[in-house]
Design a binder for this molecule. Structure first.
Ligand code: GLP
Length: 243
């Protein structure tokens, strides 16, 4: 794992946005895997700024978001699709037809998961998978468990994850859907390259486990240690327990 530590969250986000923009410059039709959550917000803001400055062109890029809540549609204010529209999609020249998203409102969720895997395969796989990390070490919605699921699948969300996502649903954990759809660990690890961002002291403990700990399904992000091209972008606080 290539771990890079920056002085502030803003510097971390800037370095990561530049990394993504370099990939797009080298491969204009790159397939990007994208996360939601608070962690990527500053990186998306920097990508918007770079787009406005003419430094990045999304016209041939394809995107696949990591996960989505089940039981709500794309226009629901708590949906990850809505989050992506607000933070990135509607600000840049990414064609709507190039955006792939899991549809949590479909009646056949298993078929939706299979469709998503096929869509990723159809573009030749993900070139760069951007990730955040949950405080319990989850990535996407691959929660700590006795076993992990390889491919895109349905997930029962942990209470801690529902609490972490409460802000999207009026601040009440009880309002967060109990189920979600997520790329699997195998889907994520198949990406040609992976970049993760984690900032703040709250993430220091799971970052330590991810980088230094044993591979364990109890900390799904630890499996990133097995990837050939995984880069971790940290601010000083998230890196506190690494030395
Ligand atoms: C959610 C998302 C994850 C994200 C995590 C951390 O559960 N499904 O992809 O990494 O939240 O969120 P935050 O960045 O807000 O700490």
């Amino acid at each position: 794992m290539d771990v890079r530590v920056f002085a502030t969250p803003d510097e971390t986000a800037r370095a990561l946005a530049e990394r993504i923009a370099r990939l797009i410059a080298a491969k204009p039709d790159a397939a990007l895997g994208l996360p939601t959550g608070k962690s990527p917000v500053a990186t998306y803001a920097e990508l918007r700024r770079m787009y406005e400055a003419g430094l990045v062109d999304f016209s041939r890029v394809r995107t696949f978001n990591l996960d989505e809540f089940a039981g709500i549609g794309p226009s629901h204010p708590g949906s990850f699709r809505r989050f992506m529209d607000e933070h990135l999609f509607r600000h840049v020249n990414l064609p709507a037809t190039h955006i792939q998203f899991l549809n949590g409102a479909t009646p056949d969720l298993d078929a939706e998961c299979a469709r998503y895997e096929e869509a990723i395969t159809a573009v030749g796989g993900i070139d760069l998978q951007f990730l955040g990390i949950g405080a319990n070490g989850h990535i996407g919605f691959n929660e700590p468990a006795d076993e992990l699921v390889a491919r895109t699948h349905r997930v029962a969300l942990h209470d801690v994850t529902r609490r972490e996502n409460a802000a999207l649903f009026g601040g009440e954990a009880g309002g967060v859907p109990r189920e979600a759809l997520s790329m699997g660990m195998g889907t994520i690890l198949k990406a040609a390259a992976i970049v993760m961002i984690a900032t703040g002291e709250r993430k220091a403990s799971c970052v330590r486990g991810m980088v230094r700990g044993p591979l364990t399904t109890r900390l799904p992000a630890s499996f990133l240690q097995t990837h050939r091209h995984a880069e971790v972008f940290l601010d000083r606080d998230a890196a506190l327990l690494l030395s």
